[in-house]
Ligand binder design. Structure first.
Ligand code: PAF
Length: 285
């Protein structure tokens, strides 16, 4: 395939026909679901997918049900042609850019809702968001039926929720988490970074520094409650205007480990606003 051409399909029937043709030749298939506005982080998912399967299909669907009222669904950046060129350059074989009718046909009435892992953090700050994510991801995986699917660790809670739903619903796919791609100052790459003014971009670059400091403190044995309070205060000092959360959680199910010293694998997760832009990031402990 040439580096700048990527076949695009828009219906489940076309998608399945292509996947079936690959399978007929004994080829394995990986999927990387996206909402477009692609950047190096997404391309790193495609490259990782390529190491795990012979063929890679990316999906591009700006999923309305995972945006809350007043969020940025309308202004979310959309550039299918640019995204397709980037995907092709990263070695993607097929773009699935479904019409909305392929995801939410007339009369659509089913919702996938994952309890537990989806409830705290972004689940509390963005009611309904994870039902939208769980529903669309279940549909995309069922439509493409890939052998593996790759999701970024930047959306760590989303990744854990997808692992849970795949296990609970016996979906025959292996979920792979990909490390967060970062800018030179450590800012996690995100489509929403495009909203930041130059001044806001400088503030945004401090979120990862505060998270890294929390990891150091936890490893040194500082109690969880103290690390959380210190992190929140640091974000306020650095110019973040609203902090949705700065919390330490148990890594697998995102339950809270309590206020004392962290004893098992943990994750520090944060969501904070710079201006109107909401940034999230997380790090392993
Ligand atoms: O992470 C994203 O871009 C989206 O939440 C996903 C997984 C593509 C579902 O719409």
């Amino acid at each position: 395939m040439s580096a700048d051409f990527l076949p695009v399909v828009r219906t489940v029937a076309e998608l399945r026909a292509q996947v079936r043709a690959w399978r007929g030749k004994g080829e394995t298939v990986a999927m990387t679901p996206t909402m477009g506005a692609l950047h190096e982080g997404h391309l790193s998912l495609v490259r990782l997918a390529r190491t795990r399967a012979r063929r890679v299909v990316a999906s591009l669907f700006v999923n309305p049900t995972q945006f809350g009222p007043g969020e940025d669904f309308e202004r979310y950046p959309r550039n299918e042609a640019g995204d397709a060129a980037l995907l092709a350059s990263a070695g993607c074989d097929l773009l699935y850019a479904p019409d909305v009718s392929q995801i939410y046909p007339a009369g659509f009435s089913t919702k996938v809702s994952v309890s537990g892992v989806s409830e705290p953090l972004d689940g509390a700050a963005r009611p309904g968001h994870f039902d939208g994510v769980a529903t669309v991801v279940t549909k995309l995986l069922n439509q493409a039926q890939p052998d593996v699917a790759v999701f970024g660790e930047k959306d760590y809670q989303q990744l854990q929720l997808i692992r849970r739903l795949v296990l609970d619903l016996d979906l025959p796919v292996e979920i792979i988490g990909a490390p967060t791609a970062r800018a030179e100052d450590g800012l996690a790459l995100s489509s929403r970074n495009a909203y930041l003014t130059p001044e806001q971009r400088i503030i945004a670059g401090r979120l990862n520094v505060v998270l890294a400091d929390a990891v150091v403190r936890l490893k040194a044995g500082d109690p969880v409650a103290k690390v959380e309070a210190t992190g929140r205060a640091a974000l306020e000092r650095q110019g973040f205007e609203r902090i949705d959360y700065f919390e330490v959680r148990n890594a697998s199910d995102l339950s809270h480990p309590g206020p004392d010293i962290l004893s098992g694998p943990g994750r520090v997760l944060a969501a904070a606003f710079v201006g109107k832009t909401r940034l999230i990031d997380n790090m392993a402990v």
